[in-house]
Design a protein around this ligand. Structure first.
Ligand code: AMP
Ligand code: TRP
Length: 326
């Protein structure tokens, strides 16, 4: 039994890229592992947030966690800011991180764009993420491909601390899905599907209704060749749709290519709408049941209590090894 940890930012518009790239693995992993899943609200304030919307988004993501099949009896589900060890350990890890390595992070470079008034939190982001992971002695961190660099720096920091202060942290490993690991934008398949893109038809959100899903898929960018064939380089649009089809249906891409040999894009897209809607509707039904319920609040409070117990053990070890306190 391995210890698994992952987190999702409560920034709204959770989409099928988040689901197929990350969340779906969370559910699979909980069957045979000791899993901790966090809603990382402290990460989301690295960029400006409206407090009311942030609170709403936290509960939305929590409800989605339950709706996709996370079971609070098997997994610990909680909100990051409700467990103080995250901020506390982040500071300690910042003191064992280098400004050079933090400034090389692609996400920091993209989001700060060399702007001197970029928040310091954006720069420190990877140390907070390392704290999330290391607090729970995590072995495995299921994430989308875009988080590879953050997992690497977490490992580097853990190894550095262990070398300097004696064995303090478990060195974690990332777990990346091959298919579905990177779902691309529907309107521009050369960039990844994102929560923040202006065009709502660039993504399919888990809470979209079937009309919207149909519109987004039917409008999606393909090519003029007309052949349903996986070729990421020359046919990124169709390849992305094949990837989505395969991830939702469980059919290998080769089987789908065979199934649609000689068919047009219209037929294929129509079927993809069906496959997608069929997968998403049960999630939405469960979401609607839980979103406004007392049960959701109870799950998050109990999750935070459980997480606090684990994290305090780690914090005691860290303080002991670093010589902090008395
Ligand atoms: P975020 O939206 O940045 O909080 O991401 C939540 C999780 O979804 C992370 O593990 C990301 O790596 C993953 N993710 C985000 N966008 C995509 C995408 N387009 N394709 C696959 N995974 C993604
Ligand atoms: N940085 C991650 C993202 O943007 C979210 C995250 C925060 C996370 N802490 C984490 C993911 C710890 C895995 C483990 O997707």
């Amino acid at each position: 039994m391995k210890k698994v940890f992952s987190g999702v930012q409560p920034t709204g518009n959770i989409h099928i890229g988040n689901y197929l790239g990350a969340l779906k693995q969370f559910v699979e992993l909980q069957e045979e592992n000791d899993c901790v899943y966090c809603i990382v609200d402290l990460h989301s304030i690295t960029l400006p947030q409206d407090p009311k919307i942030l609170r709403k988004n936290i509960l939305d993501v929590a409800a989605l966690y339950i709706a996709i099949g996370l079971n609070p009896k098997k997994s610990t589900i909680f909100v990051q800011s409700m467990v103080s060890g995250h901020s506390e350990l982040a500071w300690i890890l910042l003191c064992s991180s280098y400004t050079g390595e933090l400034s090389r992070m692609t996400q920091f470079k993209q989001k700060s764009r060399g702007n001197e008034s970029a928040p310091t939190g954006l720069f420190a982001y990877p140390a907070l993420m390392a704290a999330d992971i290391l607090l729970y002695d995590s072995n495995v961190v299921p994430v989308g491909n875009d988080q590879k660099q953050h997992i690497e720096i977490t490992r580097d920091i853990a190894i550095r601390v262990n070398n300097k202060y004696g064995k303090t942290f478990v060195v974690p490993e990332g777990r990346f899905l091959k298919e579905g690991a990177r779902i691309m934008s529907l309107d521009d398949p050369t960039v990844k599907m994102s929560k923040s893109a202006e065009n709502i038809h660039s993504r399919i959100s888990l809470l979209d209704d079937s009309g919207k899903i149909k519109k987004s898929i039917m409008k999606s960018t393909t090519d003029s060749e007309g052949e349903i064939r996986f070729d990421m380089e020359n046919k990124p649009g169709i390849s992305n749709l094949l990837n989505i089809y395969s991830s939702f249906s469980g059919l290998p891409v080769a089987d789908i290519e065979k199934k649609y040999e000689g068919s047009g894009y219209g037929v294929f897209k129509k079927d993809l709408v069906e496959v997608t809607v069929e997968s998403i509707i049960p999630i939405q039904l469960r979401y609607n049941e839980i979103r406004e319920s007392e049960e959701l609040i109870r799950i998050l409070k109990e999750g935070a209590e459980r997480a606090t117990v684990i994290s305090e053990k780690t914090m005691n070890r860290v303080k002991e090894n670093f010589g902090l306190g008395i």
